[in-house]
Write a protein that binds this ligand. Structure first.
Ligand SMILES: [Fe+2]
Ligand SMILES: [Fe+2]
Length: 471
């Protein structure tokens, strides 16, 4: 990757500013994980799509729409994770990754996919029963799963403030050139050009990663005129002749490597968090949508943590940064299967180990955003405990990053008062009782006192003794 191209992006970060292009590229890696792909899938798809935009001589506004559509193409992916797990009785991340390499427009291949993926570890009688259930829903189920994902994804693109063509591109991401796609069965030019580019690049990136340039070119030829617009296929094949294209794509590994491809990135100053918080709210909603049991968890935790920081006399900038860390703290959960997140009972040791990976993944996703280092540290430390019994770095009291103790209390309080598959949510007094039991040993006393103070104030204002939430 040319250092000349990446340098301006680095200079901006060093001066304490972020560009929206790098922020969204960094966060797109969370969406990769939610689709069962490794981090970097979306940024490489984006890089290839932007090369196509150059060959097609698209206008700057179209290139910008394409840039964000490619990075946010999987924005709605968490919205169907619960349904995928429910219907296939399998690991949603494995099912989704397998679906990406299956030509599901073929009935025969769809059937083989369903047989392989439905309840793979269940006894044969349960597998058959589930397969009948999936089969009875047939195309309707597939349409529903794609529609939920694409509609939610397009909505998120709008909430982030990008233009309608970017949202429209995400909405029609799974439509195929010959009309065999979903959910609307559009064909040919009825499908927006940006969607046609996005479908092609995301598929090519997956096949390239599995089998190199040869596999990428094979899938392009096999699906030319079926999934893909023939003109776009010919365009890529014409430029892939000497394999330089695939070599260059292999060098795209970091958000900075695509940051310069947005013709006009928005500047996000690190001292004013308004834009970052808006972005954080959208990604928090994506995390919360993954499981019906965590609805509003990130947004509620963030609101609680921010108010606690205010009560503890943090300055307004610090309050915003605590709130932002609250919004982003569970980003890493997008990489955890719903088979674990939604399990109706205590987790087995190996499942617990898998669940505990989410904090280090949160850190890895946020790490490229250097001006937000403190936010990344706080977010990734929300399961650390004063006595060193937390995870993932087993930090102890003084080692905890500034604000992490607040986030830890907000996270636990929110979780205790929310319903879970295996228990109902506690009321405020029951939750305090639990917090007090570990006060000063595992959780810090000051944030617990701040929380208690906030709820007492709210109860006094409302004259309502039963109020649970201070937000
Ligand atoms: Fe967590
Ligand atoms: Fe959490």
């Amino acid at each position: 990757m040319s250092t000349k191209l990446v340098a301006p992006v680095r200079e901006r970060a060093a001066s304490g500013e972020l560009g929206s292009s790098v922020v969204i590229a960094a966060l797109s890696r969370a969406l990769d994980l939610a689709e069962g792909e490794p981090m970097g899938h979306a940024i490489r798809s984006c890089w290839l799509g932007m090369q196509m935009a150059r060959w097609l001589d698209l206008r700057p506004a179209e290139r910008q729409d394409l840039f964000y559509a490619l990075l946010l193409k999987d924005a709605g992916c968490s919205a169907n994770a619960y349904s995928v797990t429910h219907w296939f009785q399998a690991d949603d991340l494995v099912t989704k990754a397998e679906l990406k390499i299956t030509d599901w427009s073929s009935q025969w291949r769809s059937m083989i996919f369903a047989i392989r993926q439905t309840a793979p570890s269940a006894p044969i009688t349960r597998r058959m029963a589930q397969l009948v259930s999936v089969g009875s829903r047939g195309a309707g189920l597939a349409n529903e799963l794609v529609e939920v994902r694409c509609t939610r994804g397009a909505e998120m693109v709008r909430q982030l403030g990008w233009a309608e063509p970017a949202a429209a591109a995400v909405l029609s991401l799974d439509e195929h050139w010959n009309g065999s796609g979903r959910p609307r069965g559009l064909r040919g030019d009825e499908i927006p050009l940006l969607s046609r580019i996005a479908l092609l690049t995301q598929t090519v990136e997956i096949f390239w990663r599995r089998g190199g340039g040869r596999a990428a070119e094979t899938v392009l030829r096999q699906r030319r005129g079926k999934w893909f617009d023939p003109v776009l296929v010919d365009l890529v094949l014409a430029h892939a002749g000497n394999s330089k294209l695939w070599r260059q794509m292999g060098e795209v590994t970091h958000p900075e490597h695509v940051g310069y491809l947005d013709p006009e990135p928005r500047v996000i100053p690190s001292t004013n968090m308004d834009d970052m918080i808006r972005i954080g709210e959208v990604f928090a909603a994506a995390v919360d949508a993954k499981s019906p049991w965590t609805t509003n968890h990130s947004t509620r935790t963030a609101a609680l943590a921010r108010l606690m920081a205010e009560t503890m006399n943090f300055n307004p900038i610090e309050q915003d940064r605590v709130g932002l860390a609250g919004l982003l703290h569970d980003l890493g959960k997008l990489a955890i299967s719903n088979a674990i997140l939604d399990k109706a009972g205590p987790l087995l040791p190996e499942e617990m180990e898998e669940m505990q990976r989410h904090t280090s993944i949160t850190h890895e996703i946020l790490a490229p955003l250097w001006p937000l280092d403190d936010v990344a540290e706080m977010a990734a430390s929300h399961h650390e405990r004063l006595d060193g019994s937390g995870y993932h770095r087993r930090l102890r009291g003084p080692e905890l990053p500034h604000g992490a103790d607040i986030l830890a209390v907000a996270d636990v309080y929110e979780a205790l008062t929310a319903h879970r598959p295996y228990r109902r949510g506690m009321d405020a007094d029951e939750a305090y009782f639990e917090l007090k039991k570990v006060q000063g040993r595992r959780l810090a006393a000051e944030p617990i006192a701040a929380l208690e103070h906030m709820v007492a104030d709210r109860r006094a204002d409302e004259g309502d003794q039963g109020t649970v939430s201070p937000t």
